[in-house]
Design a binder for this molecule. Structure first.
Ligand code: NAD
Length: 367
């Protein structure tokens, strides 16, 4: 046995799960292994104080298990705060399947994963994420009711991206009101980085309101298509971050706000859909504050998707999901006020408000 060959001091140094850098008092970590289908998955349940832990299943070609474990720890924690700040009765969870979704995924593997989700009796509810599809969720539904994001034809809510875009638009309008004194985006110069599922709908809302939209993407064909469709200008300069715009909307990838980019930013507002926009939440949140750039916290304004799937658990009603998403406008303003009153960053303010909600509920449950 491995443990017999290691000294107690060596074991202590390893701390393979609870000692990981992303471990944040997660409630439960479930390792799923099925030799027959090749399934290797980890389900992370960060916190269930507000409700069952909901979060998507990501299938990714991780270079090693540590990377997969840290990803599930980090992502499940993020879901706790996203649901808490959005006023949803949901906890935070996430799952990762180790493998290349284009090569390794099989129906048998996904079916087996569905059985693992079912074994948790609803403590964890899954959904689509990078590397998984609505069709995968439909298959999982055959093995468990604890799945969201299934097809509309079988009672699901379908693609969440348009709802996410609506929430980002609401958050951006709230930020404009706070920074420029009006939430009217007519004439405002907005740079949308990444015009995929969310980015396109955002461009649609913005151009309809009369904003001067500049778009950027690594996909040239997509740029031409969206540029023509909405009359948006394609960014052509050398340095995207120093573009002369009022608002920067990161809708492609995370960590674009970092040591390198902050000094170059001309935009006075940052409001976009990408997850984990700040490379370092504390340091870069503070740098933005010092520079007077108003940052609308990503996990708040991109919550339309989770609001939409939450509605599926209760009984899906699109109008109700849109109404709740619209409320992101009010929550964003409350966070800006709280941040200013307490002289903290907007990111910290959002975290504090979310944590307060969890702590209050915990006290109620203990009574
Ligand atoms: P998507 O994959 O449909 O679109 C991403 C777009 O970004 C693509 O067009 C891609 O070509 C482009 N892109 C990739 N790298 C780029 C780069 N370096 N520079 C410029 N463009 C680049 O993804 P999506 O569903 O639109 O999501 C966008 C972001 O929002 C992601 O970070 C995602 O995690 C986050 N998000 C999405 C949802 C949702 O409901 N889809 C919910 C919450 C958060």
């Amino acid at each position: 046995m491995i443990t017999e060959s290691l000294k107690a001091s060596e074991l202590h140094k390893i701390d393979p799960v609870f000692g990981q850098i992303s471990f944040d008092n997660h409630e439960q970590i479930v390792f799923c292994n099925d030799k027959d289908t090749g399934l290797k998955a980890i389900i992370g349940i960060h916190n269930t104080v507000l409700g069952p832990a909901l979060g998507g299943t990501r299938m990714w070609k991780y270079t090693n298990e540590w990377e997969a474990l840290n990803d599930v720890l980090r992502l499940s924690r993020g879901m706790t705060y996203k649901s808490a700040i959005s006023g949803l009765n949901l906890g935070g969870g996430k799952a990762v399947i180790i493998g290349d979704s284009k090569v390794d995924k099989t129906p048998e593997m996904i079916a087996k994963f569905g059985q693992y989700v079912n074994s948790l009796s609803g403590r964890y509810i899954t959904a689509e994420d990078v590397g998984t599809t609505t069709a995968d969720m439909d298959l999982i539904r055959k093995y468990t009711e604890h799945v969201t994001g299934i097809s509309e034809s079988i009672g699901g809510s379908g693609n969440p991206s348009p709802v996410t875009a609506y929430g980002v638009y609401m958050g951006m309008k709230a930020a404009a009101k706070y920074k420029f004194g009006s939430d009217n985006l007519d004439g405002k110069k907005v740079l949308v980085q990444g015009i995929g599922h969310v980015g396109e709908t955002l461009v649609d809302y913005l151009t309809a309101e009369g904003a001067k939209v500049v778009i950027s993407d690594i996909n040239e064909d997509r740029l031409k298509e969206i540029g023509n469709k909405y009359g948006a200008k394609i960014f052509t300069g050398d340095d995207l971050y120093s573009a002369d715009v009022d608002i920067y909307a990161p809708c492609a990838l995370g960590a674009t706000i970092n040591d390198d980019t902050i000094s170059r930013l001309k935009a006075q507002v940052i409001a976009g859909a990408a997850n984990n926009q700040l490379a370092n939440e504390i340091k870069h949140g503070q740098m933005l504050k010092d520079k007077g750039i108003l940052y609308a916290p990503d996990f708040l304004i991109n919550a339309g998707g989770i609001i939409n799937v939450y509605a599926e658990i209760v009984k899906y009603d699109k109008a109700e999901a849109m109404r709740k998403t619209e409320n992101i406008y009010n929550t964003t303003l409350e966070i800006f006020d709280f941040a200013e009153a307490n002289n903290i960053t907007t990111h910290e303010a959002a975290f504090k408000i979310a944590q307060n909600r969890i702590d209050l509920r915990k006290k109620e449950l203990a009574k």
